[in-house]
Write a protein that binds this ligand. Structure first.
Ligand code: GRF
Length: 192
C-alpha cells in the first residue's frame, strides 16, 4: 500500500514533530518526507536528524517580504517532496490562502487549548490564568486565521489542584505528543 507523505512545519522545540517522526518510523500508513523550519536555530532541526528526515530551513528574505511571497517560495521547496499532508507542529506563522489551496487544504495543526477557547500563542497559560477546571488540546484544519479552522479532534486535560503552570504545560505537552500521532493515524485511516 502506498504510504501517505507527510511534511512537518515547525518553529521551535519539536516534541510533537518528534512524536510524529517516531510514530511514522514504524507506521505502514505514513512517512515523514521532510521537515521545514522558519527558524534556523530551532531545536526541532536536530530532532529531524535523528530520524534521517530531510530538513528545509526556510527564512524570510527580508523584513518586507510578504506572507504570500514567503509561502510561495516554501511551496516551491516542499513540492519536490510531494507531500499529501502538511502537519504543523509548533509552526509560529499564519499560512496564506495560496499555500492552503496548493496543498488542497490538507493542512492540520495542534493547539494547546480546547478551541475555540484560548486561541493564540499561549493556550495553556491563558487557561491556567482563567482558572478553568478543564483545559485540553485540539487538532484542527488550518485556515488563514489564527486557530480558527474546523476541529478534527479534542482531548480534555483536567486541571490538577495546586499544580504550577510549568507542571501543567509539561503535562499538557506529554498528552499532545501521544494524541497528535493518534489523531493523524485515525485521519489517514478515514476514521475521523
Ligand atoms: C505545542 O503546545 C503545540 O500545541 C503548539 O505549540 C507547542 C509546540 O511544542 N502549537 P513542540 O515544539 O511540539 O514541543
Amino acid at each position: 500500500m502506498k504510504k501517505f507523505r507527510l511534511a512537518i512545519l515547525a518553529s521551535g522545540s519539536g516534541s510533537n514533530a518528534e512524536a510524529i517522526m517516531k510514530w511514522a518510523e514504524s507506521s505502514e500508513l505514513a512517512t515523514v518526507v521532510c521537515l521545514a523550519s522558519n527558524v534556523s536555530t530551532a531545536p526541532v532541526i536536530k530532532r529531524a536528524g535523528k530520524y534521517q528526515v530531510p530538513v528545509i530551513v526556510h527564512l524570510k528574505k527580508n523584513k518586507l517580504e510578504t506572507r504570500e511571497l514567503f509561502d510561495q517560495r516554501l511551496i516551491e521547496k516542499l513540492k519536490h517532496y510531494k507531500p499529501d499532508w502538511i502537519i504543523l507542529a509548533g509552526y509560529m506563522r499564519l499560512l496564506s490562502r495560496e499555500f492552503l489551496e496548493h496543498f488542497n487544504h490538507q493542512v492540520i495543526n495542534i493547539h494547546p487549548s480546547l478551541l475555540p477557547a484560548f486561541p493564540g500563542t499561549d493556550g495553556y497559560g491563558e487557561a491556567f490564568s482563567a482558572g478553568v477546571e478543564e483545559s485540553g488540546c485540539t487538532v484542527h484544519y488550518v485556515d488563514e486565521g489564527m486557530d480558527t479552522g474546523s476541529i478534527i479532534a479534542q482531548r480534555s486535560i483536567p486541571m490538577i489542584k495546586n499544580e504550577s503552570l510549568e507542571e501543567f504545560k509539561k503535562r499538557g505537552l506529554v498528552i499532545e505528543n501521544s494524541f497528535y500521532p493518534e489523531v493523524i493515524e485515525n485521519l489517514l485511516k478515514g476514521k475521523i
